[in-house]
Design a protein around this ligand. Structure first.
Ligand code: ADP
Ligand code: ZN
Length: 295
């Protein structure tokens, strides 16, 4: 019995097949191009393993429709990514594979990976943020994803602009939302070079930490999770996590009771594999009829 994990990112797809214990049997990574070609490659990869496959877990870039009652459940919906608006991702896979399929966002999948096998193994609730090309957040409460009409869009929350930051913002919808101020492309547009080229002692990093810390304060006030995990390319700046912790402490001003900043705000224990590991865990849930979770 095997399980498939499809980590469907806006830049690249990582398709994997693993055994019941989560051991990796095969993996195929390729760039995200147009929907027909990209999903064709997913289907072709899965067909090579179809004999043994018990279930599939998909974590997709979005926005996507995650509401099972909706006519467009399983679609990528209003994404700004060219050619990918209104693509019936789940439907195309269902047409080829009569298997249970778990369908959620890429960041929910990463959250689920950390929740089941990573930094959040010991907790019942957590929030996972990715700070990369975009900013996204996924929240889990007692084993379920938080969401209703749609999945959360935490990356587009409003934050206060830092008094020393004159950048007009980079989000085409809201300019100075969190993603518009603090994503990798927002940093690059502001600083005139890629975020990865910015030295660790650049004063900008405290402004970046100020934005991320505001998001964490809002998250803590609204959801009160037991842990917040920060992943994604921008967090590869090793010094950034401690800067966020320090600014979080200062902004909360002692009002919110949390564990120590080191326990409460963590990096992903599964590194870049969180989403794929989460997709495997969700596929196993789907195989047992537990996805979407329902009382
Ligand atoms: P994606 O969000 O596309 O799935 P990533 O999470 O790797 O992929 O995020 C990519 C973004 O992270 C880019 O904007 C890139 O400039 C930025 N990035 C990657 N590595 C670093 C680094 N070491 N320091 C700062 N920013 C980085
Ligand atoms: Zn926005």
């Amino acid at each position: 019995m095997t399980y498939a994990a499809i980590e469907a990112g806006g830049t690249k797809f990582v398709c994997s097949v693993g055994d019941a214990q989560g051991g990796l049997l095969d993996q195929f990574t390729f760039p995200t191009t147009v929907p027909g070609e990209t999903l064709g490659r997913v289907i072709h990869f899965l067909q090579g393993h179809a004999g043994d496959l018990a279930a599939i877990g998909i974590g997709s870039f979005g926005p996507i429709d995650t509401c099972p009652q909706s006519p467009s459940y399983g679609y990528i919906t209003s994404t700004p990514k060219p050619n990918w608006q209104s693509v019936n991702f789940l439907g195309q896979l269902k047409a080829h594979f009569q298997l249970p399929i778990a369908w959620t966002t890429d960041v929910n999948a990463a959250a689920y990976g950390e929740y089941s096998l990573g930094a959040g193994r010991q907790v019942r609730s957590l929030v996972y943020y990715t700070i990369g090309t975009g900013i996204g957040g996924g929240a889990i409460q007692a084993g379920r994803f938080i969401g209703g009409l749609s999945h959360p869009e935490m990356g587009h929350m409003r934050v206060q602009v830092h008094p020393d930051d004159a950048f007009p913002g980079h989000c085409p919808f809201h300019q100075t939302c969190l993603e518009g101020l603090a994503s990798g492309p927002a940093i690059a547009a502001r600083m005139g070079r890629p975020a990865s080229d910015l030295p660790a002692d650049d004063p900008f990093w405290d402004i970046e930490a100020y934005y991320l810390a505001q998001a964490l304060v809002n998250t803590s006030l609204i959801l009160a999770p037991e842990m917040i995990i920060l992943g994604g390319g921008v967090m590869k700046q090793g010094h950034l996590l401690d800067r966020v912790r320090a600014q979080f402490e200062s902004l909360t001003a002692g009002y919110i009771k949390t564990p120590t900043p080191e326990d409460y705000i963590q990096g992903p224990a599964l590194q870049d594999n969180a989403a794929t590991i989460g997709c495997f865990a969700l596929a196993r849930e789907a195989a047992q009829g537990h996805f979407p979770a329902k009382d």
